[in-house]
Design a protein around this ligand. Structure first.
Ligand SMILES: C[S@@+](CC[C@H](N)C(=O)[O-])C[C@H]1O[C@@H](n2cnc3c(N)ncnc32)[C@H](O)[C@@H]1O
Length: 245
């Protein structure tokens, strides 16, 4: 497969400190409260608080989350905070994300600086984060308890690499579908992406996303996921959650 070269994402900042992608004409998170939005859609949408709290403290396993669209890293920081609040200390979080148009370290740090609850996570992440050339890059935090793998590739190629290089040996426990809107960013919402997700899923794997677009629902169902619409965050009436039977 021929790699698409990663390209820097040019940012416009609005008066609330929210970054917008000039190329995709869309924002990285909602203007109302991006922090609460990610907690609701990616965390609650996958039942993560409860699932983290129910992990058996007498075991030392790994919980694997895969995200499409790393962006500012804010969703990663929100899930990491939930992990610290709810998961037993004996378990590890492996958060895998994919990104073809990475932000600079300065832009990532600026985007995260708006959210006081994430101050500690922002400091740790921006001390290590660098946009890279194509490939798989691993960062480790908190004595290896939290591992972040960013695959700097187009999403389809990234999912193939994650599979072929056995980056997620136990497959995904949860998917966070965080591309820009399917209309602004159709490459993130193709049948190839949904089929790639299915190959990295197992019975009980869950997913969540802000969009309820018809072609996204049909594509995920064709890939074998069951779906349900639930209340969205803020002005969005609905969002999707799903699971692999
Ligand atoms: C809404 S933003 C994600 C926000 C992110 N989750 C956060 O916490 O800030 C969508 C991301 O998908 C990335 N993206 C868009 N098209 C892509 C593609 N074809 N492959 C990989 N990443 C892509 C964009 O560069 C952007 O960072």
């Amino acid at each position: 497969m021929h790699s698409k070269n990663i390209t820097a994402n040019e940012i416009r900042w609005d008066d609330k400190g929210v970054p917008h992608s000039i190329h995709f004409r869309d924002k990285y998170f909602c203007t109302q409260n991006g922090y609460e939005e990610y907690k609701h859609i990616s965390g609650h949408g996958n039942g993560l608080e409860k699932r983290f709290a129910e992990l058996d403290p007498s075991e030392n396993g790994t919980f694997t989350v895969i995200e499409t669209g790393f962006g500012t890293g804010m969703c990663f920081c929100c899930i990491w905070e939930l992990w610290d609040q709810f998961a037993p200390k004996s378990w590890n979080l492996h958060f895998i994300s994919v990104e073809l148009y990475p932000l600079s370290n300065t832009d990532l740090d600026r985007a995260l600086s708006v959210w006081p609850p994430l101050a500690e996570y922002r400091k740790l992440l921006s001390a290590q984060y660098q946009p890279h050339k194509n490939g798989i890059h691993d960062l480790h935090f908190k004595e290896q308890r939290v591992r972040l793998t960013i695959v700097f590739e187009d999403v389809v190629e990234a999912l193939t690499k994650i599979r072929q290089q056995n980056v997620a040996p136990q497959k995904a426990d949860a998917w966070l579908l965080n591309g820009f809107s399917p209309f602004a960013n159709p490459q993130m919402w193709t049948q190839e992406v949904f089929d790639g997700m299915a190959k990295l899923s197992k019975p009980g794997t869950t997913l969540s996303t802000f969009t309820v677009a018809g072609h996204v629902r049909r594509g995920l169902e064709a890939a074998g996921f069951k779906l349900e619409k639930i209340p969205g965050y803020g002005t969005k009436k609905q969002m999707l959650r799903g699971w692999r039977p």
